[in-house]
Design a protein around this ligand. Structure first.
Ligand code: PEP
Ligand code: MG
Length: 915
């Protein structure tokens, strides 16, 4: 793009306030669009004009002024002079203007501002003569300071040092208390610094000041701060900033003057009514910079009830007009109120829900629109216990793997975790990484922390399922379970028993104990859930907490609007009950290997190493029968999808290195080898895989070692037959993991159906268990048309599908190079956290399309972690997914997001930008 490309476009480069409106933020920036809109509304906005983002982009592209820019500025300036009755540079009636940046998206403090343009020696002298010496010299020294720093690039500290010295010299605490003599000296010294540093004078011609300030604001779009901020916030680099040139009004002109920043409602709690800060006899900068402590807005009421009433009227008008929380900056100059800025107000998650719900009560918006004003990320933060505000610095930071806040004593193995927990102690389990062996420890602990592993690692997945706080991938932590210590940053050693606080929402770990606040919202949701077991729903009443009330109301509406069902990933009866309480409409994934963790692990080991395999199988069947019976009973009336044994065998076997070392030690001692140990070592060697995630697991395991899956299915069919016999409404389904080829599905299905039929025959009834397939390998997605011919349903395992599409190990990668990739901008998001729509998403869409082509009524679920990720749910809704299945605590988030997406898809309500 060149400057002439822009200037030949038929859009003007400068617009006066009355020529724009709120829809023009792209061209006028957010601040400019707000000023224009308020001017249209008849609010008391000082006159001014906006140099557009087109002009900025043309300036940056060409490295110089766009053609015709200054002519247009001069015309707008003449209009401004006429409206204000003042003239730039006229000592008798001087016009002073501010020159401020304002991009489409708010980038607070990231770009430049120059105030008091229009002052020069002559104007200052005339003001002084008219008895405004303090005001004139204070404004002049501010101009020198800002112009020097922003336009001429002088180090800001040079001015600040002089100011600090002047305050010390005068014996005052704030700049406002400096007397005329000090201010005059500062103004001179600042100008001397400018000459010394740049060889240039502070221009005396106000038009030159104005032009240079506009150019400096343009340039600040590409300043380092601004670029970093944009990268962090995902704001495009090519938008450019507008420049607002506005008549200065002064809040520092004595008693009946002041400045304030306020909101139309409380942005923290959402409570109705104006909320904000006011500082008498001060400029806006003084309020935001914190140099003086601002007072509550009621101070304005006390001092000047008329102005306060006028402000309240304007706030009401703005909120009614924008139909949302507004954030407003204002100044009172000698008893006259000016509104200087408005935009949609940023708000806390709690306030977002309360404001949306209460605006509905007030008839300002309807419930559909209210749903679009909140999101799943906000709900996530409201659902978990959290630490109260505190200044503590974290000892280390890892990946925020499972949200929540927990405090406990460090332990380094599952056995100690269980032992201490049984004594009533709160413990935090620290491991290098976790394995199925640690399950009991995870259950016993308040939180788990690991030095390795990513967001879909074993520790993360299991912790989320259990609703336990977890931080994984803490790279600066080295855990030595044998020595019972964890070492941080190479030298800070914490021993077993040390109290730590774990923040699973931020990924931070603190030494010592922090105060935990429970989530009232989570409690209210569980009491009100339509799926909740009777004993809890009886207790349901309207929660007293206004945020909780608002969340329930919007969640209820989301349930009405959503087209996708929401189920939970759950195995234990406790998880299943929690799932129902959180509103799950079934279990979409029961990972049966979780039923074989801890001490039961040895049962699988005995089967594959053939140590009393028959006895072990009988035990697996007996416990599975018990557990399926309980699970189906808890979930009565709702579907339960049982996923057959999935993980690589090594997760159930002793470690090859440990066994080999034991054997070598025995041999070295000249002792005879134990035949059982020898046999076990041989079996473990035989089954050892270099790459177990891509090895003997999932349906492959079922086809090679069918006996475990067969007893699992027999137990399930038996549980179903018995419960149906008792008149219970149970709805089991079975699914096969890691299928790549239709022949795997047909072969496995044949085996399983034979077992189901056998159980049915024994009970003299047909046992109906649909068999579905997980789509979690690219080949499955690409051949979904064939799979659909033999599957009763599909469930997308997006964890494995991401792993195999990217070729990145879900257990190792995220903590190390994916973080680095993010830093380097190679990837924007971790694909294990939010669905990669371009790659993995393409496979999902292909499988949906192929599957439905074969079988239009094919039911489609998603049970990977992405199903509970607010940022991924919109994609699933658009792809035509029937239900989401996520860990129980994330169920309300999925319900809300699914409802919100349904409203957004219907199209009437764009989301508001409250960045
Ligand atoms: C998946 O791969 O997405 C899935 C749900 O299965 P698991 O996480 O148990 O491998
Ligand atoms: Mg999987």
């Amino acid at each position: 793009m060149t400057a002439s490309d822009i200037t030949t476009a038929d859009r003007p480069l400068v617009l006066e306030f009355h020529e724009g409106d709120r829809t023009m933020a792209e061209l006028l920036g957010g601040k400019g669009a707000g000023l224009a809109e308020m001017t249209r509304l008849g609010l008391p906005v000082p006159p001014g004009f906006i140099v557009t983002t087109d002009a900025c982009r043309a300036f940056l592209a060409a490295g110089g002024d766009p053609e015709g820019l200054w002519d247009q500025v001069d015309t707008a300036l003449a209009e401004l002079e006429q409206r204000s009755g003042l003239t730039l540079g006229d000592p008798e009636r001087p016009l002073l203007v501010s020159v401020r940046s304002g991009a489409k998206f708010s980038m607070p403090g990231m770009m430049e501002t120059v105030l008091n343009i229009g002052l020069n020696d002559e104007v200052v002298a005339a003001l002084t003569e008219r008895g405004e010496a303090h005001f004139a010299w204070d404004s002049y020294r501010r101009l020198g300071q800002m112009y020097g720093r922003t336009v001429l690039g002088v180090e800001g500290a040079r001015f600040d040092d002089l100011l600090t010295r002047a305050r010390a010299d005068a014996g005052v605490a704030t700049d406002a208390e400096l007397d005329v003599a000090h201010l005059q000296r500062l103004a001179h010294d600042f100008r001397a610094i400018i000459v010394e540093e740049t060889g240039k004078e502070l221009p005396q011609d106000p038009r030159i000041q104005l032009r240079e300030a506009v150019r400096a604001v343009f340039r600040s779009w590409n300043g380092e701060r601004a670029r970093l901020y944009r990268a962090h916030e995902g704001i495009p680099d090519d938008l450019g900033t507008a420049v607002n040139v506005v008549q200065m009004v002064f809040g520092n002109r004595g008693e009946r003057s002041g400045s304030g920043v306020c909101f139309t409602r409380n942005p923290v709690t959402g409570e109705a009514g104006p909320f904000g800060d006011y500082l008498p006899d001060a400029q806006g900068e003084d309020v935001v910079s914190g140099v003086r402590s601002p007072m509550d807005l009621s101070e304005l009421h006390r001092r000047d009830p008329e102005i306060d009433a006028e402000l309240s009227r304007h706030l009401e008008a703005l909120e009614r007009h924008y139909r949302d929380l507004c954030d407003v900056e204002f100044t009172v100059e000698r008893g006259r109120l000016w509104i200087l800025q408005t935009r949609l107000g940023k708000r806390s998650p709690a306030a977002a829900f309360r404001i949306a719900s209460e605006l509905t009560d007030e008839g300002v918006i309807d419930l559909d629109e209210a749903l679009t004003r909140v999101n799943g990320h906000q709900l996530t933060t409201l659902l978990h216990p959290s630490f109260g505000v505190g200044e503590a610095a974290p000892l280390a930071t890892g990946l925020a793997a499972s949200p929540g806040a927990a405090v406990g004593q460090l332990v380094f193995d599952a056995a100690t975790a269980m032992e201490w927990a049984a004594l009533g102690r709160d413990v935090v389990l620290a491991r290098p990484e976790t394995s199925p062996d640690d399950f009991g420890g995870l259950l016993a602990a308040k939180a788990v922390i690991t030095s390795r592993g990513g967001l879909t690692s074993h520790a993360a997945v299991v912790a989320r399922g259990l609703g336990k706080t977890a931080v994984t991938g803490i790279e600066v932590m080295a855990v030595d379970p044998a020595a019972r210590v964890a070492t941080f940053h190479g030298d800070h050693v914490l021993r077993e028993g040390t109290v730590v606080s774990v923040d699973g929402s931020s990924g931070e770990l603190f030494e010592g104990s922090r105060e935990i606040q429970a989530s009232v919202v989570a409690t209210a949701i569980q009491q009100a859930s339509p799926q909740a077991p009777r004993e809890t729903s009886d207790a349901a009443g309207q929660p007293v907490d206004p945020t909780a009330r608002a969340v329930l109301r919007l969640l209820e509406h989301a349930d009405k609007t959503r087209t996708m069902g929401v189920r939970a990933n759950a195995e234990t009866p406790e998880e299943a009950r929690a799932a129902r309480r959180f509103g799950a409409e079934g279990i979409g994934l029961c990972r049966t290997e979780h039923m074989l963790m801890g001490p039961r692990r040895q049962l699988v080991e005995r089967v594959v190493t053939d140590e009393d395999a028959a006895g072990a199988l009988a035990e697996i069947e007996a416990t599975a029968l018990d557990e399926f019976t309980t699970l189906l009973t808890v979930m009565e009336g709702l579907p339960v999808v049982v996923r057959l044994l999935d993980p690589p065998l090594h997760e159930f076997l002793p470690d090859l290195v440990d066994l080999s070392v034991d054997a070598a030690v025995t041999a070295a001692k000249g002792e005879a080898a134990d035949p059982v140990a020898e046999k076990r070592l041989a079996a473990v060697r035989r089954l050892h895989e270099a790459n177990p995630m891509l090895g003997l697991r999932g349906v492959r395991l079922l086809l090679v070692h069918p006996e475990v899956a067969e007893v699992q299915v027999r137990a399930l069919a038996e549980a179903v037959a018995r419960l149906v016999g008792q008149g219970r409404d149970v709805r089991p389904e079975v699914m096969l993991p890691l299928v790549a080829e239709v022949a795997e599905l047909t072969a496995a299905r044949e085996r399983l159906e034979a077992v189901i039929a056998e159980v049915g025959a024994k009970h003299g009834r047909t046992v109906d268990i649909p068999v579905g397939v997980m789509i979690e390998l690219p080949r499955a997605a690409l051949t979904a048309a064939d799979l659909a011919a033999h599957a009763d349903f599909f469930s997308f395992g997006t964890n494995d599908l991401t792993q195999t599409t990217w070729g990145i190990s879900r257990d190792d990668a995220e903590a190390s190079f994916l973080a680095l990739y993010r830093e380097q901008g190679i990837i924007a998001i971790d694909p294990f956290e939010s669905l990669d729509e371009v790659g993995v998403g393409a496979l999902v869409r292909t499988a949906v399309e192929q599957g439905r082509r074969t079988r239009p009524d094919l039911e489609l679920g998603v049970c990977g972690e992405h199903a509970g990720d607010p940022a991924s749910i919109g994609f699933f809704a658009a792809a035509g997914i029937d239900y989401l299945s996520c860990s129980p605590p994330r169920v309300p988030v999925a319900r809300l997001e699914a409802g919100r997406q349904a409203v957004l898809t219907a199209g009437a309500h764009p989301t508001s930008d409250t960045r």
